[in-house]
Design a protein around this ligand. Structure first.
Ligand code: DC
Length: 222
């Protein structure tokens, strides 16, 4: 199996780049943020503080997280319910960032992620894929862009989806999540030593995908 680990901050375009490249390569695209979001949704629904490890730990055994890869993309199921659309709200984003800082939650989702990479050629995106989940991935990419550029892209996405939001609010949200994700003790967001840095501030989606595909080709040939 061939694994590509793609890590980077929120809104850097990891999922768009990984999705397009996976289609081109015939690999499975795994969005690991969706796993944390699904756990977060359960916690919000049950009134459990996503920062409180002691409250979260006992309920993890009740949380059944499944994912399905379809032609429309990755679907997420929480205890059998399709929650694919429900996990994309700002409230769930923040709760996902909160609960992802808990080592118990990270441990809970680790095997599921590793198992997917054992059974498929994957392009897996997240925050700690190259550093923790798949330390032996054949290719590791750290995909980033400036916070302002990421906020601009998110604003356009939201506009297109009919949910316009203010640039400053989005930028603040991105900066807060960047800080939380990179300052937590458990598996913080950081570039793995052997990861290739791909800064997309100045390049578009197509160019980013092209760079990624060339890197995969190079490593597969090696
Ligand atoms: O990629 P995303 O924005 O959907 O991720 C939601 C949150 O989950 C993010 O704030 C950090 C966390 N996360 C993580 O800690 N590790 C991962 N591999 C993926 C996401």
């Amino acid at each position: 199996m061939f694994s590509v680990a793609i890590d980077g901050p929120a809104g850097a375009g990891k999922s768009s780049v990984a999705k397009a490249a996976a289609q081109e390569l015939g690999f499975v695209y795994v969005d690991t943020g969706a796993l944390y979001r699904t756990v977060a949704l359960y916690l919000l629904r049950h009134g459990i503080n996503p920062k409180d490890s002691e409250a979260v730990e006992p309920v993890l055994s009740e949380i059944q997280v499944d994912l399905e890869h379809t032609s429309e993309g990755q679907k997420m199921f929480l205890c059998g319910e399709d929650v694919t659309g429900l996990i994309r709200t700002p409230e769930v984003s923040m709760a996902a960032s909160d609960c992802s800082a808990l080592p118990v939650v990270r441990a809970f989702l680790l095997d599921l992620q590793r198992d997917l990479a054992r059974r498929n050629n994957v392009l897996m995106d997240g925050r700690d894929i190259g550093s923790v989940v798949l330390p032996n991935a054949e290719l590791k990419i750290f995909l980033t862009a400036s916070p302002e550029e990421r906020a601009k892209r998110r604003m356009l996405q939201l506009q297109e989806a009919g949910n316009p939001a203010d640039f400053e609010t989005i930028l603040k949200d991105i900066q807060q999540r960047d800080y939380q994700d990179s300052h937590r003790a458990a598996a913080p967001l950081k570039q793995a030593e052997d990861a290739v840095l791909l800064d997309t501030t100045e390049i578009d989606l197509q160019q980013s995908v092209k760079v990624l595909l060339e890197l995969v080709k190079e490593r597969r040939g090696a």
